[in-house]
Design a protein around this ligand. Sequence first.
Ligand SMILES: Cc1cc2nc3c(=O)[nH]c(=O)nc-3n(C[C@H](O)[C@H](O)[C@H](O)COP(=O)(O)O)c2cc1C
Ligand code: SF4
Length: 440
Amino acid sequence: MTAGDPLFEAFSIGNLRIKNRIIRSSISGRIDNYDGSGTPARIAWEEKFAKGGAGAIITAHVPICVEGRILPNYATLDCDERIPFWSKVVERVEKYDCPIILQLSHSGRQQDIAGFENGDRLPPAASDRIDNFHGLRGREMTIAEIDNTVELFALAAERAVRAGAHGIELHSANGYLFTQFLSGPINDRADEYGGSLKNRARFLLRVIDAIRKRVGPLFPLIVKIAAADHHTAVTPWLFWQGEGNTLEDALLVSKWAEEHGASALHVSVGNIFPHPRNPAGGLPLPEAARLYDVMLSSGEHTIRNYLIFRFAPSLGKFIWDRTTDGIQTEGINLDASEAIRKAVKIPVLCTGGFQTGSFMRKALKDQKCDAFTIARPLIANPDLPQILERGDEVTQKRRCTYCNKCLVHVLEDPLGCYELSRYESYEEMVSSVLDFYKNA
Ligand SMILES: Cc1cc2nc3c(=O)[nH]c(=O)nc-3n(C[C@H](O)[C@H](O)[C@H](O)COP(=O)(O)O)c2cc1C
Ligand code: SF4
């Protein structure tokens, strides 16, 4: 290790020491069993990043209940039977001095593919409103359902501790259930969970309180937060709905989360997923047209989107890129992260495009965040931490291009890098995408 290199200086979240400032952000793919049990492929998937030198891993979303699942084939933590699987994941990655943090998740209305167990029932959500992009619809939860969901998060947190996980993160950005409560233009509730920002934050803060009671004061609990909603980014014709929560709102929510016991904040952006700013880089067409078909029956706008992707790709690209043209992808959330970091005392993690060592070292020097969470550049180069530790940079040929082909492929295919320009041949790409199955 390079002495004095800020990227490779250890830091702590709660009682957890992390050996460097490079954390694998949530990603996996539909590689677990349909019933929510985990697979050897998932274990091999996580191991690949631990082996590559990541300081810690935040898992992809882990559903706390089947009715709050985003897609089938992701391992859940909705019952005690799932605990031994997560223990195996922990054992496999901690050999590399790489702790693992489970991201506890509830989709709310943002359920891309509900799966047959949920039948035709609408998922429980903060409100009845449909989302602007896919047109996914939820059903406003009753107070009793809110109480029950708080308890489900606390139970899942307890199970994470019993599995030996090193921490948990709340999936509280990017349009899922927590966002649906927090975001002004989404939450239209008339009770104590709607209206003012404090009311809209009540559900998140109750979940933090409930988890803290079960896991003790020091167990790492990260709260992922959208620095701003950018509510109409892909629906400019709905301008009258406004842009939703601002950075000022995020600062308040961050401070409240800290007061209630969050051990760290994780700065993301956007009140839907995907969003032009997350993962930033653009809409891959024609790939999105080919892969979006599995969602056609999920939302009220999916056919509209499919027709645009398929027959009017320039229009699709224009709408998707119109608010991000000219904005640099690497470090897209850094300024917001700096503002949040100044408002709290706990560590602040930042996500969004990081892959250049010199850029990240400068961001640390400028105190813009305490650590970087990385998804796509690590899919492209799982050994990125080792490359940076040697003092090198990723070569131009091997850099992640932020094309987002990995993102749209995940609906149907294993998660991997599908950017052909990074490979010598199609066969090499296939082999690289499937490589983790060999170690399963
Ligand atoms: C295929 C894919 C799956 C993702 N899954 C999740 C997820 O389960 N939970 C989450 O909070 N973020 C998820 N993300 C967002 C990433 O964790 C990350 O925050 C985002 O891609 C920006 O970082 P990057 O530029 O390093 O990719 C996903 C991103 C991709 C590309
Ligand atoms: S497909 Fe590859 S190059 Fe494109 S964003 Fe994903 S990891 Fe990066």
